[in-house]
Design a protein. Structure first.
Length: 460
């Protein structure tokens, strides 16, 4: 399966012209390298060790010259002077195969000081981030059919979680060492929880990695495991009084787990927990939901926020509502960057940002005149991944260039909406399916057919 494209690849066109924003100044720069063939096709050699990624207001800045700086001084100067960001063409580095694709979502993880990892329906594969060389590959174990779910997170020890299908159902859980490519332990919910099933009644993933804990949402509740050993951890106690009659629904994310129980007299009891420790943070009556079967989600990140219908509800340490913000109709899930939520409003053709501390709108940008565009995250899945993502907001635009199209990526400051960086995809890159991972000045993306990973060096 480790087929790789070899031989020389013609240079793609240097595309210039109108960007996703209406700025008066335009210029382009490209970092050129030499071609090299082999099992993995690449141009420009290895990823440059001199490239440094710096977070500045949510922007990933990177230099692509061996002796250059990290670009942070230039970003600060642009903010002070109002100078528009550079529009530059990324450099194609390498491309390698990861699978034959499939209908299930593809995902990407970045392991600290380790590989970049991609999850497809048929296998999980770890690649050397500098060369694209396959370091390891895992396929579903005997008796399993295909991968069907995954955690959005990989913890500090390089542990992530996947689920795979057996008998047509997404029932088997495995924790894997994403650095070494080894399965640490497995749990078959058909055996351990025969009367239950993985909870599909949410847009967020049923499996979460929170520090040293793997959490799985079932219909009957949350099942928690030690991430390293697979030992079953104590169950979380549903809200309500002992003997309370009612239905309870659970949701979880990487920081908080929340449960709502419907009472016999129309009352609702709610409780919030720390997902990793399992400690109960608060409990009490709540009016946020009218029915435990309402559609709702817990947002990932440091702020406790719930997506309920068309609203994001913000809760304080006692469970009291401290603010709310609208949640517009969207295709891709919202991007959470620190205490900021950035969402694409499909109906209004705008991108909007809200403060997760107060619910206040921070900025709104009309994209109606900017060609075809989609909000993406610097980490996470493609268009089918509709849950919320932690990362940096990236605008992915298709722009008419003469008789063809150019693909432009714009990095935004999530707090101000300022576009601090533009990057044009080289013409020889594979068509993209939306799966993005940005690490150390390199953008990794999965092809439209989920078959190839391409590495693109960001410009200065």
């Amino acid at each position: 399966m480790n087929r790789a494209r070899t031989g020389g690849v013609p240079n793609g066109p240097r595309v210039r012209g109108r960007s996703a924003r209406r700025w008066s100044r335009r210029w382009s720069r490209r970092c050129d390298g030499e071609r090299s063939g082999g099992r993995v096709r690449y141009r420009g050699g290895h990823v440059r060790r001199g490239t440094v990624a710096v977070m500045a207001g949510g922007l990933l800045l990177a230099g692509c010259t061996s002796g250059g700086g990290d670009g942070s001084d230039g970003a600060e100067e642009r903010r002070e002077t109002g100078t528009p960001p550079r529009e530059a063409t990324m450099t194609w580095l390498w491309e390698t195969e990861i699978g034959d694709g499939g209908p299930e979502p593809t995902w990407a993880w970045s392991v600290d000081d380790g590989p970049v990892v991609f999850v497809t329906e048929e296998r999980v594969v770890g690649l050397d981030p500098e060369t694209g060389t396959e370091l390891w590959s895992l396929e579903p174990p005997p008796g399993a059919e295909s991968f069907c779910q995954h955690s959005a997170e990989v913890n500090d020890d390089g542990i992530a979680a996947v689920m795979y299908r057996r008998g047509g159902e997404c029932r088997m859980l495995a924790a894997l060492d994403a650095r070494a490519g080894e399965i640490l332990w497995e749990d078959d919910f058909a055996d351990a929880h025969p009367a239950d099933d993985v909870n599909p009644d949410s847009r967020q993933s049923p499996v979460v990695v929170a520090g040293d804990v793997v959490s799985v949402a079932l219909y009957a509740g949350i099942v928690r495991f030690d991430a390293g050993s697979g030992a079953l951890l104590p169950a979380l106690e549903a809200p309500g009084n002992p003997g309370h009659v009612g239905e309870t629904s659970w949701r979880h994310a990487n920081t908080y787990t929340v449960a709502f129980t419907g009472g016999g007299e129309g009352t609702m009891e709610a409780a919030a927990f720390d997902t990793e420790s399992g400690d109960r943070l608060w409990a009490g009556e709540s009016t946020i939901l009218s029915d435990p079967y309402d559609t709702w989600e817990v947002l990932p990140g440091a702020e406790l926020a719930l997506s309920v219908g068309g609203t994001v509800r913000l809760l304080d340490d006692a469970g009291e509502e401290r603010g709310a913000s609208p949640l517009p109709n969207r295709v891709f899930g919202g991007v959470i960057s620190g205490s900021t939520l950035v969402v694409e409003n499909v109906d209004a053709s705008t991108v909007e940002a809200y403060d997760l501390g107060s619910g206040a709108e921070l900025w709104s940008e009309s994209m109606a005149d900017d060609g075809l565009g989609w909000l993406r995250s610097s980490t996470g899945g493609g268009p089918t991944e509709s849950g919320f993502h932690e990362g940096d907001p990236i605008w992915d635009a298709l722009q008419r260039q003469g008789a063809g199209w150019a693909r432009l990526r714009v990095w935004w400051d999530p707090r101000t909406g300022e576009a601090l960086r533009e990057e044009i995809e080289p013409g020889d890159a594979s068509r993209w399916n939306g799966v993005t991972l940005v690490r150390d000045g390199v953008l990794y993306q999965v092809s439209e057919d989920d078959e190839w990973v391409t590495a693109l060096q960001l410009s200065e």
